[in-house]
Ligand binder design. Structure first.
Ligand code: ADP
Ligand code: MG
Length: 251
Protein backbone atom coordinates (compact mmCIF):
# COMPACT_ATOMS: atom_id res chain seq x y z
CA UNK A 1 0.00 0.00 0.00
CA UNK A 2 1.17 3.49 -0.79
CA UNK A 3 1.94 5.48 2.35
CA UNK A 4 -0.02 8.70 2.81
CA UNK A 5 1.65 11.78 1.42
CA UNK A 6 1.50 15.36 2.52
CA UNK A 7 1.73 14.36 6.13
CA UNK A 8 5.23 15.67 6.56
CA UNK A 9 6.30 19.30 6.48
CA UNK A 10 6.67 20.96 3.08
CA UNK A 11 10.27 20.70 1.93
CA UNK A 12 10.18 22.41 -1.44
CA UNK A 13 7.52 24.71 -2.78
CA UNK A 14 7.31 26.43 -6.15
CA UNK A 15 4.92 29.35 -6.52
CA UNK A 16 4.00 30.89 -9.84
CA UNK A 17 7.15 29.81 -11.64
CA UNK A 18 7.55 31.42 -15.07
CA UNK A 19 10.38 30.49 -17.43
CA UNK A 20 11.00 31.87 -20.87
CA UNK A 21 13.36 30.21 -23.33
CA UNK A 22 14.07 31.31 -26.89
CA UNK A 23 11.29 33.89 -26.70
CA UNK A 24 8.66 31.35 -25.60
CA UNK A 25 6.97 31.01 -22.25
CA UNK A 26 7.94 27.45 -21.43
CA UNK A 27 6.60 27.49 -17.85
CA UNK A 28 3.50 29.54 -17.25
CA UNK A 29 2.85 30.10 -13.54
CA UNK A 30 3.58 26.65 -12.17
CA UNK A 31 2.81 25.86 -8.53
CA UNK A 32 4.07 22.66 -6.96
CA UNK A 33 4.59 21.44 -3.42
CA UNK A 34 6.72 18.57 -2.20
CA UNK A 35 6.15 17.45 1.37
CA UNK A 36 8.67 15.27 3.17
CA UNK A 37 8.43 11.70 1.86
CA UNK A 38 6.39 12.60 -1.22
CA UNK A 39 6.96 10.85 -4.49
CA UNK A 40 5.33 12.89 -7.23
CA UNK A 41 5.60 11.86 -10.85
CA UNK A 42 5.63 14.39 -13.68
CA UNK A 43 4.06 13.20 -16.87
CA UNK A 44 3.03 14.90 -20.06
CA UNK A 45 3.81 15.21 -23.74
CA UNK A 46 7.29 15.95 -25.00
CA UNK A 47 7.91 19.69 -24.89
CA UNK A 48 5.35 20.32 -22.14
CA UNK A 49 8.01 21.72 -19.81
CA UNK A 50 8.87 18.83 -17.48
CA UNK A 51 12.64 19.15 -17.81
CA UNK A 52 12.49 22.92 -17.60
CA UNK A 53 10.45 22.70 -14.40
CA UNK A 54 12.91 20.25 -12.82
CA UNK A 55 15.78 22.52 -13.80
CA UNK A 56 14.03 25.54 -12.31
CA UNK A 57 13.51 23.65 -9.07
CA UNK A 58 17.21 23.35 -8.49
CA UNK A 59 18.00 26.62 -10.24
CA UNK A 60 19.93 25.24 -13.18
CA UNK A 61 17.46 27.59 -14.87
CA UNK A 62 16.67 30.83 -13.08
CA UNK A 63 12.93 31.57 -13.37
CA UNK A 64 11.82 34.93 -14.78
CA UNK A 65 9.12 35.10 -12.16
CA UNK A 66 7.84 33.18 -9.16
CA UNK A 67 9.23 31.94 -5.91
CA UNK A 68 10.92 28.87 -4.50
CA UNK A 69 10.75 28.08 -0.82
CA UNK A 70 13.07 25.56 0.75
CA UNK A 71 11.92 24.38 4.17
CA UNK A 72 9.61 27.39 4.21
CA UNK A 73 12.35 29.93 3.52
CA UNK A 74 12.25 31.90 0.24
CA UNK A 75 15.29 31.37 -1.97
CA UNK A 76 16.87 34.53 -3.33
CA UNK A 77 17.68 33.75 -6.99
CA UNK A 78 20.18 36.60 -7.07
CA UNK A 79 22.22 35.39 -4.11
CA UNK A 80 25.01 32.91 -4.90
CA UNK A 81 24.95 31.42 -1.39
CA UNK A 82 21.22 30.71 -1.76
CA UNK A 83 21.82 29.00 -5.13
CA UNK A 84 24.61 26.81 -3.74
CA UNK A 85 22.58 25.87 -0.71
CA UNK A 86 19.53 24.97 -2.78
CA UNK A 87 21.59 22.88 -5.20
CA UNK A 88 23.12 20.96 -2.31
CA UNK A 89 19.75 20.21 -0.81
CA UNK A 90 17.98 19.47 -4.08
CA UNK A 91 19.80 16.75 -6.01
CA UNK A 92 19.28 16.09 -9.70
CA UNK A 93 19.44 12.91 -11.77
CA UNK A 94 19.65 13.36 -15.54
CA UNK A 95 18.60 11.10 -18.38
CA UNK A 96 22.18 10.91 -19.68
CA UNK A 97 23.91 10.40 -16.29
CA UNK A 98 26.32 13.38 -16.46
CA UNK A 99 29.30 11.44 -15.12
CA UNK A 100 32.92 12.48 -15.55
CA UNK A 101 34.40 10.03 -18.08
CA UNK A 102 37.95 10.39 -16.77
CA UNK A 103 36.99 9.43 -13.21
CA UNK A 104 36.13 6.01 -11.78
CA UNK A 105 32.70 5.34 -10.28
CA UNK A 106 34.13 5.92 -6.81
CA UNK A 107 35.89 9.13 -7.85
CA UNK A 108 32.72 10.40 -9.52
CA UNK A 109 30.93 10.13 -6.18
CA UNK A 110 33.82 11.32 -4.04
CA UNK A 111 34.66 14.42 -6.06
CA UNK A 112 31.51 16.29 -5.07
CA UNK A 113 32.07 15.41 -1.43
CA UNK A 114 35.58 16.85 -1.59
CA UNK A 115 34.75 19.92 -3.68
CA UNK A 116 31.33 20.87 -2.37
CA UNK A 117 31.26 19.38 1.12
CA UNK A 118 34.99 19.97 1.65
CA UNK A 119 35.43 16.48 3.00
CA UNK A 120 38.88 14.96 3.49
CA UNK A 121 39.98 12.28 1.01
CA UNK A 122 39.43 9.33 3.36
CA UNK A 123 36.01 10.50 4.49
CA UNK A 124 34.89 11.13 0.89
CA UNK A 125 36.25 7.75 -0.17
CA UNK A 126 34.41 5.92 2.61
CA UNK A 127 31.14 7.69 1.90
CA UNK A 128 31.47 7.01 -1.85
CA UNK A 129 31.96 3.29 -1.14
CA UNK A 130 28.94 3.28 1.16
CA UNK A 131 26.65 4.94 -1.39
CA UNK A 132 27.86 2.75 -4.25
CA UNK A 133 27.16 -0.31 -2.11
CA UNK A 134 23.66 1.01 -1.48
CA UNK A 135 22.94 0.98 -5.22
CA UNK A 136 24.50 -2.47 -5.63
CA UNK A 137 27.83 -1.44 -7.16
CA UNK A 138 30.35 -2.57 -4.54
CA UNK A 139 32.23 -4.60 -7.12
CA UNK A 140 32.32 -1.88 -9.80
CA UNK A 141 33.75 1.02 -7.82
CA UNK A 142 37.07 1.25 -9.65
CA UNK A 143 35.57 1.05 -13.14
CA UNK A 144 35.25 4.05 -15.44
CA UNK A 145 31.97 5.10 -17.08
CA UNK A 146 33.04 3.56 -20.41
CA UNK A 147 33.35 0.20 -18.64
CA UNK A 148 29.87 0.39 -17.12
CA UNK A 149 26.45 -0.36 -18.60
CA UNK A 150 23.86 2.40 -18.83
CA UNK A 151 22.02 1.02 -15.82
CA UNK A 152 25.22 0.95 -13.80
CA UNK A 153 26.09 4.50 -14.87
CA UNK A 154 22.70 5.74 -13.76
CA UNK A 155 23.15 3.99 -10.42
CA UNK A 156 26.51 5.76 -9.98
CA UNK A 157 24.78 9.04 -10.67
CA UNK A 158 22.13 8.22 -8.05
CA UNK A 159 24.87 7.30 -5.55
CA UNK A 160 26.57 10.61 -6.26
CA UNK A 161 23.38 12.53 -5.60
CA UNK A 162 22.65 10.59 -2.39
CA UNK A 163 26.15 11.20 -1.06
CA UNK A 164 25.25 14.89 -0.81
CA UNK A 165 22.46 14.08 1.68
CA UNK A 166 19.80 15.86 -0.38
CA UNK A 167 16.43 16.71 1.10
CA UNK A 168 14.84 16.31 -2.32
CA UNK A 169 15.80 14.30 -5.37
CA UNK A 170 14.68 15.43 -8.83
CA UNK A 171 14.85 12.78 -11.54
CA UNK A 172 14.50 13.68 -15.21
CA UNK A 173 13.53 10.55 -17.15
CA UNK A 174 16.19 8.49 -15.38
CA UNK A 175 15.53 5.36 -17.46
CA UNK A 176 14.86 6.90 -20.89
CA UNK A 177 18.40 6.43 -22.19
CA UNK A 178 18.60 2.80 -21.07
CA UNK A 179 18.23 -0.40 -23.03
CA UNK A 180 14.97 -2.08 -22.01
CA UNK A 181 16.68 -4.87 -20.07
CA UNK A 182 18.54 -2.35 -17.90
CA UNK A 183 15.55 -0.27 -16.85
CA UNK A 184 14.43 -2.44 -13.96
CA UNK A 185 17.76 -2.29 -12.07
CA UNK A 186 17.38 1.49 -11.89
CA UNK A 187 13.69 1.34 -11.03
CA UNK A 188 14.50 -1.01 -8.14
CA UNK A 189 16.87 1.60 -6.70
CA UNK A 190 14.22 4.32 -7.10
CA UNK A 191 11.58 2.11 -5.47
CA UNK A 192 13.88 1.44 -2.51
CA UNK A 193 14.52 5.17 -2.11
CA UNK A 194 10.78 5.85 -2.18
CA UNK A 195 10.21 3.18 0.45
CA UNK A 196 12.95 4.70 2.58
CA UNK A 197 11.00 7.98 2.49
CA UNK A 198 13.15 10.04 0.11
CA UNK A 199 11.28 13.08 -1.17
CA UNK A 200 11.25 12.88 -4.96
CA UNK A 201 9.87 14.46 -8.09
CA UNK A 202 10.42 12.33 -11.18
CA UNK A 203 9.61 12.90 -14.82
CA UNK A 204 9.10 9.52 -16.45
CA UNK A 205 7.17 7.55 -19.03
CA UNK A 206 7.25 4.45 -16.80
CA UNK A 207 3.55 4.69 -16.07
CA UNK A 208 2.78 1.30 -14.55
CA UNK A 209 5.83 1.42 -12.28
CA UNK A 210 4.92 4.94 -11.17
CA UNK A 211 1.23 4.23 -10.70
CA UNK A 212 2.08 1.62 -8.09
CA UNK A 213 4.44 3.87 -6.18
CA UNK A 214 3.66 7.57 -6.65
CA UNK A 215 1.52 9.52 -4.22
CA UNK A 216 0.54 11.85 -6.99
CA UNK A 217 0.69 12.20 -10.76
CA UNK A 218 1.33 15.74 -11.96
CA UNK A 219 0.29 16.18 -15.58
CA UNK A 220 1.84 18.99 -17.65
CA UNK A 221 0.74 20.46 -20.94
CA UNK A 222 2.01 23.61 -22.64
CA UNK A 223 4.01 24.80 -19.65
CA UNK A 224 1.21 24.37 -17.13
CA UNK A 225 0.12 21.75 -14.65
CA UNK A 226 -3.33 20.83 -15.89
CA UNK A 227 -4.11 17.82 -13.69
CA UNK A 228 -2.81 16.54 -10.42
CA UNK A 229 -4.01 13.69 -8.26
CA UNK A 230 -3.73 10.15 -6.95
CA UNK A 231 -2.72 7.83 -9.83
CA UNK A 232 -5.52 5.32 -9.23
CA UNK A 233 -8.11 8.09 -9.43
CA UNK A 234 -6.68 9.75 -12.55
CA UNK A 235 -6.20 6.40 -14.28
CA UNK A 236 -9.61 4.95 -13.36
CA UNK A 237 -11.63 3.80 -16.34
CA UNK A 238 -14.32 6.43 -15.98
CA UNK A 239 -12.05 9.28 -14.87
CA UNK A 240 -12.19 11.03 -18.24
CA UNK A 241 -8.84 12.56 -17.33
CA UNK A 242 -6.25 13.85 -19.82
CA UNK A 243 -3.72 11.92 -17.79
CA UNK A 244 -5.54 8.67 -18.56
CA UNK A 245 -5.76 9.50 -22.29
CA UNK A 246 -2.07 10.33 -22.37
CA UNK A 247 -1.01 7.22 -20.46
CA UNK A 248 -3.14 5.01 -22.72
CA UNK A 249 -1.34 6.46 -25.76
CA UNK A 250 2.18 5.86 -24.50
CA UNK A 251 1.82 2.46 -22.86
P1 ADP B 1 9.79 18.19 -21.71
O1 ADP B 1 10.87 17.86 -20.75
O2 ADP B 1 8.42 18.11 -21.13
O3 ADP B 1 9.90 17.42 -22.99
P2 ADP B 1 11.19 20.72 -21.97
O4 ADP B 1 11.15 21.34 -20.63
O5 ADP B 1 12.46 20.07 -22.38
O6 ADP B 1 9.94 19.73 -22.12
O7 ADP B 1 10.87 21.81 -23.06
C1 ADP B 1 9.75 22.65 -22.97
C2 ADP B 1 9.75 23.61 -24.15
O8 ADP B 1 10.85 24.49 -24.04
C3 ADP B 1 9.87 22.95 -25.49
O9 ADP B 1 9.02 23.61 -26.38
C4 ADP B 1 11.31 23.16 -25.86
O10 ADP B 1 11.46 23.24 -27.24
C5 ADP B 1 11.61 24.49 -25.21
N1 ADP B 1 13.02 24.62 -24.80
C6 ADP B 1 13.69 23.82 -23.95
N2 ADP B 1 14.96 24.24 -23.80
C7 ADP B 1 15.09 25.33 -24.60
C8 ADP B 1 16.16 26.23 -24.88
N3 ADP B 1 17.35 26.08 -24.30
N4 ADP B 1 15.91 27.26 -25.75
C9 ADP B 1 14.70 27.42 -26.31
N5 ADP B 1 13.65 26.60 -26.09
C10 ADP B 1 13.84 25.58 -25.25
MG1 MG C 1 12.35 16.41 -20.81
Amino acid sequence: MTPPNGTGPVVLEARGIVKELGGNTVLNHVDLTLAKGDLKVLIGPSGSGKSTLLQCLNLLHIPEDGQLLLDGTPVNFKKKTDLYQLRQKVGMIFQDFNLFDHLSARQNVAIALKKVKKQAKKQAHDRACEELARVGLSNKMELYPAQLSGGQKQRVSIARALAMDPEVLLLDEPTSALDPELISEVLVVIRDLAKAGMTMLMATHQISFSAGLAHEFVFMENGRITEQGVPSVLLAENSGSRTRDFCAKIS
